[in-house]
Design a protein around this ligand. Structure first.
Ligand SMILES: Cc1cc2nc3c(=O)[nH]c(=O)nc-3n(C[C@H](O)[C@H](O)[C@H](O)COP(=O)(O)OP(=O)(O)OC[C@H]3O[C@@H](n4cnc5c(N)ncnc54)[C@H](O)[C@@H]3O)c2cc1C
Length: 469
């Protein structure tokens, strides 16, 4: 078989040189490589796009560019309809093939890939797609069924990582268009969030920091507002944009596990299980693309959810009158990050206490989270709204007042993010929500709102359980 002599390697959510199967294959074929990234207006203008996340993406691209330059190559950035741009660039550079790694974050992505393959083949250009994460092409239910998915996940993650290239050929290509290096170049407003350092080197630094320093405190600090940010890996945004592969992380964790204490092993296993759920959500969304916008259990989409825009705005802005919810929402808006337990608390507050559709909450999270990832975000939202659950804890409703005791026992997180409460003593904070604090009157009464919501939702759950018998 003759190998292509010039290959466009199309980077998407795999912004790394290490363990990048498409790039490694092009290198193995000794081809001249043209690295390309395309900003698509559909994604940039999508209602769920977060400006802070785009800023992080730009940082990942700068880092990729530097790493490519270090090897003698360069990254070409383009803007436009992806199938069209691919054909244009491949034709202009005289490439005989385009290689890329699979990505299925949105149904749009899968459909666009089909169009890209068609357009390139029509132009006589060969296409090869590679699997860079443990997510298989969509098939029947058995693809995401845990009996099938679990062994496949472990098998994939144990395969050797793809080699990092040590040298690449120079790229002769120039564009007269915008450099596409800033939010302004992309026609987007500035971000007010503090965006973390991006890029491959930083992803490996975070992983090492996690393995060397954070492991013993990982599980215990997951639910404590003031500890989680220092003791979880903070790799979410890196995994989302692929500056490090889950396979690399998994293999490093296994290495660490060999010499770890029993306690550390427990924490490492807890960490691996979260990576597993991440990939499982991605697989499920790939198989059930309608769940990007609809509930897994369709009956819940017919519920007369509230459409109270004032409540929604109060939740988004952190003005619900519940200090922990408000602190969390303000922290999310300012930093683009929240620990799991607070994401969950604010999600149930929106869906149960305010009885608003999960899609509204998921959209705001996606607009704010630097690690916003449709598959995790939307499945987590559905699970916390109870519209996808079939387990024993179908409706997990967190009490926004009692949770302070567990999540922020000294009130430090609340005081940091709700300055109106800076001088309120701990005990008073724990009583808040009962209108004892005057910074903002609670917009709903928790117990009453919970009772009303469950009166509507429980019968649908029972009906569903009955149909399953
Ligand atoms: C309503 C809601 C929405 C969420 N939206 C997102 C999202 O858009 N993107 C996102 O990455 N995570 C999301 N999560 C999951 C979780 O809160 C974050 O992954 C985690 O807090 C990120 O911090 P970290 O990178 O330090 O994670 P760590 O705890 O160090 O975990 C490592 C990685 O494992 C994955 N992971 C961790 N926890 C979970 C989980 N519960 N489910 C699935 N995967 C997990 C993530 O990729 C994470 O980066 C959401 C959770 C909830 C309740």
């Amino acid at each position: 078989m003759t190998h292509p002599s010039k290959i466009v390697v199309w980077f998407r959510r795999d912004l790394r040189l290490s363990d990048n199967p498409a790039l490694a294959q092009a290198v193995a074929e000794k081809a001249e490589i043209v690295p390309l990234f395309i900003f698509d207006p559909y994604l940039l203008n999508h209602p769920e796009t977060g400006i802070g996340r785009v800023q992080f993406l730009l940082g990942c691209l700068d880092s990729l560019q530097k790493n490519l330059e270090h090897l003698g190559s360069k990254l070409i950035r383009h803007y436009g309809n992806q199938p069209q741009v691919l054909v244009e660039v491949a034709t202009k550079v005289g490439a005989d093939a385009v290689y890329w790694n699979e990505d299925s974050e949105r149904e749009w992505r899968t459909k666009t890939d089909v169009c890209a393959i068609e357009a390139l083949r029509e132009a006589g250009i060969k296409v090869r797609c590679f699997q860079s994460e443990a997510v298989s092409p969509a098939g029947g239910k058995e693809v995401y069924d845990l009996k099938f998915f679990t062994p496949q996940w472990y098998r994939f993650l144990q395969e050797p990582v793809s080699l990092r290239p040590t040298h690449l050929s120079p790229v002769q290509f120039s564009t007269n268009t915008s450099p596409l290096k800033s939010l302004e170049d992309l026609g987007l407003p500035m971000t007010t969030q503090t965006v973390p350092v991006a890029g491959e080197r930083e992803a490996h630094r975070l992983l090492n920091e996690f393995l060397d320093c954070k492991v013993p405190r990982y599980l215990k600090s997951l639910s404590v507002a003031t500890q989680a940010s220092q003791n979880t890996s903070r790799l979410g945004a890196h995994i989302k944009f692929g500056t490090i592969s889950v396979r690399t992380i998994y293999q490093q964790v296994l290495l660490k596990r060999r010499t770890a204490t029993a306690w550390e092993q427990r924490n490492l296993d807890g960490f691996i299980s979260r990576l597993f759920w991440r990939d499982h959500f991605a697989q499920k969304l790939r198989n059930l693309p309608r769940c990007e916008t609809e509930s897994y259990l369709e009956a819940f989409d017919s519920v007369p959810w509230s459409q109270n825009d004032q409540h929604y705005r109060a939740w988004c802005e952190g003005k619900t009158g519940y200090p922990l919810v408000d602190a969390a929402m303000r922290c999310l808006n300012a930093t683009g990050w929240l620990p799991f337990r607070l994401r969950a608390l604010c999600a149930t507050f929106l869906c149960i206490d305010l009885f608003l559709p999960w899609q509204w909450g998921a959209k705001h999270y996606m607009q704010q989270l630097i690690d916003g990832d449709v598959a995790i975000d939307h499945w987590q939202w559905q699970s916390h709204a109870g519209v996808s659950n079939r387990g024993r804890t179908w409706f997990r409703v967190y009490n926004p007042v009692k949770s302070i005791e567990k999540i922020d026992p000294k009130g430090a997180f609340i005081r940091q993010w709700v300055p109106e409460l800076a001088n309120v003593p701990e005990e008073a904070l724990r009583l808040s929500g009962s209108a004892s604090l005057e910074y903002c009157c609670p917009i709903v009464e928790h117990q009453e709102a919970r009772r009303r919501a469950l009166a509507v939702l429980e019968p649908i759950k029972h009906q569903h359980q009955y149909q399953q018998l």
